[in-house]
Design a protein around this ligand. Structure first.
Ligand code: IPE
Ligand code: IPE
Ligand code: MG
Ligand code: MG
Ligand code: MG
Length: 292
């Protein structure tokens, strides 16, 4: 199967699973589940679930288990986007080609929908259907908590906001911020497959860290080079907000070179896995060549 077909198949399965896991009747609080569904069932790339599924495939994990962990991770990702877009954070009106959750609903509902998605992620993984071994589920839960929390995504978002008012951010600051705010969830996506397969997750870390960084560099390049119509979210924002990005420090041309180097590195570190990593190699290339 081609990379494009594999990504589309995984996105469709993830959408169907999220639709099933988030029924309108899940709570009498109709407004919050409507906002949750609005955010989670949007046209996202579903790259993080895809990485869970592909890394799990290396260890012959049943696909349905990987899809559940991918859906949980996507819930955390969607929560991070809802909160990232809030007026107190990046203050954005457009996400995935639609009004952001606080625009379509209101701020309080957006905050609660984010909270609901974050907590629900752990409920999904804790369910026996994710893996019969409770120790595996516990490892998946504690690693996700760490990746999403103050030493991971939340911490990275804090540093990202603080850097807006810093005088001069240097390359090491930016690598740290991006590694935490975006890299932590990518790393989790790649490790989850190994955890589900009772294998050592360490060898996939170098791949995950390289593509996570390349992913955020590309996000920052697209902010400069793309349009809201093509990207489905606002562009030309990072400069206005004073964001610390690779584009800001290196300039566009060198940021592109850095992203390409990271892809080469990601491909290199996959070598020990032999012929089974074609799709993961293509994923690394897609991460920097994507147009949205
Ligand atoms: C956007 O992530 C947020 C960042 C971490 C840069 P994606 O580009 O994966 O967003 P969706 O899920 O496809 O909308
Ligand atoms: C967001 O980074 C990373 C998150 C943890 C959500 P950005 O603020 O650059 O993401 P976009 O550009 O709004 O999608
Ligand atoms: Mg942000
Ligand atoms: Mg943002
Ligand atoms: Mg961005």
């Amino acid at each position: 199967m081609s990379f494009e077909a594999a990504l589309a198949a995984c996105a469709a399965e993830t959408d169907a699973l999220l639709d099933y896991l988030l029924p309108l009747g899940a709570t009498p609080a109709r407004r919050v589940i409507e906002a949750v569904r609005y955010a989670a069932l949007g046209p996202g790339k579903r790259l993080r679930p895809f990485l869970v599924v592909e890394s799990a495939a290396l260890f012959d994990v049943p696909r349905q288990r990987a899809l559940r962990v991918g859906a949980a991770l996507e819930c955390v990702h969607c929560y991070s986007l809802i909160h990232d877009d809030l007026p107190a954070m990046d203050d954005d009106d457009l996400r995935r080609g639609k009004p952001t959750v606080h625009k379509a609903f209101d701020e309080a509902t957006a905050i609660l929908a984010g909270d609901a998605l974050l907590t629900y992620a752990f409920e999904i993984i804790a369910d026996e259907a994710t893996h019969p071994d409770p120790q595996v589920r516990l490892t998946l839960i504690s690693n996700l908590a760490r990746a999403a929390g103050m030493a991971g995504m939340v911490g990275g978002q804090m540093l990202d906001i603080e850097a807006e008012t810093a005088i001069n951010s240097v390359l090491s600051d930016i690598s740290l911020i991006q590694g935490m705010k975006t890299g932590a969830l990518f790393r989790y996506a790649c490790e989850a497959g190994a955890i589900l397969g009772a294998a050592d997750p360490a060898p996939l870390r170098a791949y995950a860290d390289a593509i996570g960084l390349a992913f955020q560099i590309t996000d920052d390049i697209l902010d400069v080079e793309s349009t809201p119509e093509a990207l489905g979210k606002a562009t030309q924002k990072d400069k206005v907000m004073g964001k610390a990005t690779f584009v800001d420090v290196l300039g566009l041309a060198r940021a592109k070179i850095r992203a390409a180097e990271l892809v080469d590195h990601a491909v290199e570190v996959l070598e020990p896995y032999g012929n089974h990593t074609t799709i993961m190699r293509d994923t690394a290339s897609f991460i920097v060549s994507r147009s949205k």
